[in-house]
Structures are given as structure tokens and as C-alpha cells.
Write a protein that binds this ligand. Structure first.
Ligand code: PRT
Ligand code: MG
Length: 212
């Protein structure tokens, strides 16, 4: 059996065409079904539905053989035990520093102010501000980072931006680009060795589908 870990929403939707290219189709839709284990048209392949940030953990411990996870999530996880053969170029966005419309970020940085940074991406934030030589106090959040500067929890947020609509709707502005983010295929290193006859053809099919 090959187990593939996916999160519902954009990663599931954007991974389906790639799975189809490898001859795999899900028999249930995670948006309408409450099942966490989904059968596929292949009796030897199943999908499991987990939180986006839990995908690397399931694959690391071998509970899933393969997964799809954002570079943001992989950077926070650390990537131990994971082989990352392919950038799938899906679920693309940018990791940005953002502040309230009325906050003068440039001056705050120039004056050497200590910044309060709210984010889910503590590793990425720490690396970014350390490289700039800016001192920060990190406030770990699990979601809705956009709220933090509006209610005085932080001066700055580090978050993902795609259309920019969420920042605009909350009177925030992006002031720095940290990195471009897309989702990667991750494979358990031991599973790749033990089940290479099944996993390698899937990886080849995904790679082919990306070229087309
Ligand atoms: O939602 P949940 O808390 O379960 O986890 P999650 O938010 O990590 O998962 P999910 O499924 O929302 O995102 C999975 C992956 O998609 C992330 O790990 C990213 O790699 C990628 N991705 C791509 C995004 C976005 N685009 C994105 N726009 N993840 C989140 N967002 C959020 C962002 O955090 C912000 O709140 O969307 C909002 C901004 O969107 P715009 O379009 O208004 O700019
Ligand atoms: Mg989300």
C-alpha cells in the first residue's frame, strides 16, 4: 500500500491533476466527505487528509509514504527524514513582512527599534530579521496573523500573501518580500528504498506532468 498525505483546500485541488497524470483518482471529495482516509481507483494507493502543517510529520515517521507540503511548512518543520525530489509549482504565494497602513516601517528599522513580530512562521521570521540585524520579540500565532497589528498585539506580521486582498481588507501593507513559496513533493526516505518499484513510477509521472 502507498499512502499519500494531503491537506484539503488548495493543495488537494491543485494536486488532483498531477495524481490523475499518474493514473490515480480519489473516490471521495474531502470537501464533502468527513472521511480522513480516501480510497482511490487503485487498490494499492490511498490518500490521507491532514492539516497542512502536519503533512511533513506524517511522512517523516512513515505514516505516509508521500506528501505535498508548502515550502513555508517545510521550512518550519526542518525536513528531517524527507526526500524532496520535486517542486510542484502549485499553491504559489509570497512570504511577506506586513504592517498597518499608518506604520512607518522604514523609520522604525532605521532607528533600530525593537519590533514585535507576530507569526506562524517563527523560523522564517527569526532568519529574516537576524539577517537584517533587526532585534525582534517573536509572538507565535496559529492563524489570522492579520489581526495582530490591528489590536496592538504586534508591530509587524510575517505571513503569506497571494492576491493581497486580505492585507487590503484589513488596512495593512506589505513592506518586505521574504521568499517565494510553492508546494513540494516530499517522500519518506526509507519508503523510497523499500517501495521504489511503486514510488519511482509515480515520481516519474509527476515530473512528466510538470513538464507538459
Ligand atoms: O488553514 P489551516 O490552518 O489548516 O492551515 P494552512 O493555512 O497552513 O493551510 P492551507 O490549506 O490554507 O494552505 C496550505 C498551503 O498553501 C500553505 O502552506 C502555503 O504553502 C500555500 N498557500 C498559498 C497559502 C496561500 N497561498 C495563502 N494565501 N496559504 C495561506 N494563504 C493565506 C495567508 O496566510 C493569508 O491569511 O491566505 C491569506 C492571504 O491570501 P490573499 O489572497 O488575500 O493575499
Ligand atoms: Mg489556511
Amino acid at each position: 500500500m502507498i499512502t499519500i498525505a494531503l491537506s484539503k483546500g488548495r493543495i488537494f485541488e491543485e494536486t488532483m491533476p498531477l495524481l490523475a497524470a499518474a493514473g490515480i483518482t480519489a473516490l471521495d471529495d474531502p470537501e464533502t466527505s468527513r472521511k480522513l482516509i480516501l480510497d482511490t481507483n487503485r487498490s494499492d494507493v490511498r490518500l490521507i487528509i491532514v492539516r497542512a502543517s502536519d503533512v511533513p510529520t506524517y511522512v517523516q515517521y512513515g505514516a505516509a509514504d508521500i506528501g505535498v507540503a508548502g515550502k513555508d511548512v517545510l521550512n518550519e518543520h526542518g525536513g528531517q527524514g524527507l526526500y524532496q525530489p520535486l517542486d510542484l509549482n502549485i499553491a504559489r504565494c509570497r512570504m511577506m513582512v506586513a504592517v498597518r497602513d499608518d506604520f512607518d516601517y522604514e523609520s522604525a528599522v532605521k532607528q533600530g527599534a525593537r519590533l514585535r513580530v507576530a507569526t506562524k512562521y517563527v523560523n522564517a521570521a527569526r532568519e529574516h530579521f537576524a539577517a537584517k540585524g533587526v532585534h525582534i520579540d517573536l509572538i507565535k500565532l496559529y492563524g489570522s496573523m492579520e489581526l495582530a497589528p490591528l489590536v496592538g498585539l504586534s508591530d509587524v506580521i510575517v505571513d503569506l500573501v497571494s492576491s493581497g486582498g486580505t492585507l487590503r481588507a484589513n488596512h495593512l501593507k506589505a513592506v518586505e518580500h521574504i521568499s517565494d513559496v510553492s508546494s513540494r513533493l516530499v517522500v519518506n526516505q526509507a519508503a523510497l528504498k523499500l517501495k521504489r518499484d511503486k514510488i519511482q513510477p509515480m515520481l516519474d509521472a509527476f515530473a512528466q506532468a510538470l513538464i507538459k
